[in-house]
Design a protein around this ligand. Structure first.
Ligand code: NAD
Ligand code: WQD
Length: 340
């Protein structure tokens, strides 16, 4: 049976996607180097799926090991490439780490695709490529803006590399531009577990509610938005994971109309930071300790997706609400911390 390679399959989005792939009948092999995940995630996946995917612990920056992997697994039908470093601030301090890990590894993987005739490739891109868009909601035709961080730049460069190879080989690729993924699997067997202090809003909220962080800082309430806080498009992780399965199916069945296609993956609805906080309080019954502080450098004001293309062309639509996502994030946080 052919397999789907999921790089970064033990990470947050990768693990949820592995579950959905297995549910759809795909046989999966994971590559991960555990730089931002742990082997426990495999237990969570197995608990949900009753299937433990083959997993190779290796670093995609190791070109020789990547080559050997493809010699050992010579039946890869498609690749979903999640593995990357993703901390925006760290990328400013250590840009070469980001260019090597996110761009260098991608080149090695694509070489193997070209040399071995692996045709189906899904890439984890980000709404960060749009910067602060001129119009909202954002369509896929919106211009890519100069990147604010090396991390964002790696996503732009990666898309260009994949596009170029798709024109020069048999590669068919889809770039999914994620908006803000949040939440956890409904079973609470897998979820988001950032190492160290969370950079993203929802894990910071759940850790504050769990008593691990004293107080949530809201970065600015003087933006030109209805309540003054920034607006994002928060998408449930399970909806996002399902989009990958549908995109992969499109490539495998050769339904794609271009060798390189781009889709926004969001809900189409913008929510402010304060709305997220209040929804969390409502859904969980927790009162959150938060205070308004200065704006965070580099934050864009308002970003949410036009999901029309994904709805029409992929037949995919986000189904879960932000309330469900926040409830699942809290259930996961409680499980991890042993809170009743
Ligand atoms: P994550 O850190 O949870 O998962 C990434 C996984 O890749 C980790 O398990 C890590 O150990 C692994 N990895 C990293 N470098 C590797 C390497 N060189 N070799 C092998 N494994 C390696 O991150 P995530 O949130 O699941 O993000 C997955 C992808 O989606 C990334 O490409 C990220 O840039 C992109 N993305 C994430 C978000 C978000 O908000 N989470 C938004 C847009 C795009
Ligand atoms: C959301 C909102 C913050 C934390 C980042 C990356 C982006 C993408 C997703 C990968 C913002 C506010 C946050 C906190 C707060 N990743 N906030 N207090 O900034 O939209 O995007 O993650 O591609 O590239 O930049 O997400 O979760 O960090 O912030 O007030 O403690 O919450 O200012 O308005 P963001 P986020």
């Amino acid at each position: 049976m052919k397999r789907i390679l999921v790089t970064g399959g033990l990470g947050y989005i990768g693990s949820h996607t592995v579950v959905e792939l297995q549910a759809a009948g795909y046989k999966v092999v994971i590559i991960d180097n555990l730089s931002n995940s742990t082997m426990d995630v495999l237990d969570g996946i197995a608990a949900i799926s009753s299937e433990r995917p083959d997993t190779e612990i290796l670093d995609l920056r190791d070109k020789e090991k990547v080559h050997t992997f493809f010699n050992d697994y010579n039946n890869i039908e498609g690749i979903i490439h999640f593995a990357a470093s993703k901390a925006v601030g760290e990328s400013v301090e250590n840009p070469l780490l980001y260019y090597e890990n996110n761009v260098g590894s991608l080149v090695y993987l694509l070489k193997e695709c070209r040399d071995r005739g692996i045709e189906n490739f899904i890439f984890s891109s980000s709404c960060t490529v749009y910067g602060q868009p001129d119009t909202l909601p954002i369509t896929e035709d919106a211009p890519v803006k100069p990147a604010i961080s090396p991390y964002g730049n790696t996503k732009q460069i990666s898309e260009e590399i994949i596009r170029d190879l798709s024109h020069a080989s048999n590669l068919r690729a889809i770039s999914l531009r994620y908006f803000n993924p949040i939440g956890a699997h409904g079973s609470a067997e897998i979820g988001e577990l950032p190492k160290g202090v969370p950079q993203n809003l929802v894990p910071y909220i759940t850790q504050t509610a769990a008593g691990i962080r004293e107080e949530l800082s809201v970065f600015g309430n003087d933006y030109p938005t209805p309540d003054g806080s920034c607006i994002r498009d928060y998408i449930h992780i399970v909806d996002l994971a399902k989009a990958h399965v549908i995109a992969l199916q499109r490539l495998i069945s050769k339904e794609n109309t271009d060798d390189f296609e781009i889709f926004n993956v969001g809900t189409g609805k913008g929510s402010s930071v304060l709305e997220v906080i209040h929804a969390f309080e409502e859904v969980t019954g927790n009162k959150l300790n938060y205070k308004i502080v200065d704006r965070r450098p580099g934050d864009v004001i308002s970003v949410y997706a036009d999901t029309g293309k994904a709805n029409r062309v992929l037949g995919w639509k986000a189904e879960k609400t932000m309330e469900e996502a926040l409830a699942s994030a809290w259930a996961w946080e409680k499980k991890v911390r042993g809170i009743q």
